[in-house]
Design a protein. Structure first.
Length: 225
């Protein structure tokens, strides 16, 4: 990837914003493995900030859009909108893979794709630091609008849905088992299995929690079609 400003033009067009300086943008799109963990030259700190900025923007948006909903319903909507699957969809829409920098061993691994969700959060932090909250809010609302619009009903956590199905069909509680932990410490990947009766599904993700959610979603798709 080149860090020339002109190379970022398709990203600027998708965002509707042009960065005045590319340093922070480049940092937001750089994984620690690319610079061998050089302090301040990868996205981890930006990801931390971007997660909080995105969370605030989405929370305020939902509070405004659904004025009569209780906290629990808003929290379920919020969890989906800031989740890794949604972040990956936004990252794909922005074409972040084209700009993402990481060691080949990371990008070629199963974990590699999930890192784009982290980079998406880091990008939000980069926008916030350069343009401020109001501009970042405008961009986030534009990028997330399709996902908010299609969310007519309050979403249900896939693990909760799977547990309800299992109990309704007298299958007992779902059993989640960690099968394997792969990758280095800075880019782990957990392979988990969920079992309900004789039905089984597997998934892998960068955290056990995310892998459980994905495994539950996969098993629900198999069960419900």
């Amino acid at each position: 990837m080149t860090t020339n400003s002109k190379a970022f033009e398709p990203l600027y067009e998708a965002l509707g914003y042009t960065f005045k300086k590319t340093d922070v943008l480049t940092c937001a799109l750089t994984h620690a493995s690319f610079n061998r963990g050089a302090a301040g030259r990868h996205y981890e700190r930006l990801e931390f900030l971007g997660d909080r900025v995105l969370g605030l923007i989405v929370a305020a948006w939902l509070f405004e859009r659904f004025p009569h909903e209780e906290e629990g319903a808003l929290a379920k909507r919020h969890a989906v909108l800031v989740s890794r699957p949604t972040l990956l969809q936004v990252a794909d829409a922005l074409g972040l893979k084209r700009y993402f920098r990481a060691a080949t061993s990371v990008t070629d691994s199963q974990r590699g794709r999930y890192l784009l969700a982290d980079a998406c959060e880091a990008l939000i932090a980069a926008l916030y630091l350069e343009a401020g909250l109001l501009v970042t809010q405008e961009i986030v609302r534009k990028l997330w609008a399709p996902y908010v619009t299609q969310m007519e009903d309050v979403p249900q956590n896939p693990k909760s849905r799977l547990q309800e199905w299992a109990q309704e069909h007298q299958q007992g509680l779902p059993v989640y088992t960690t099968l394997e932990r792969q990758g280095p410490d800075h880019a782990p990947s957990f392979v988990l299995e969920v079992r309900v009766g004789q039905k089984v599904a597997r998934a892998s993700a960068s955290s056990k929690r995310e892998a459980e959610q994905q495994a539950a979603t996969a098993l629900l798709k198999e069960i419900l079609g």
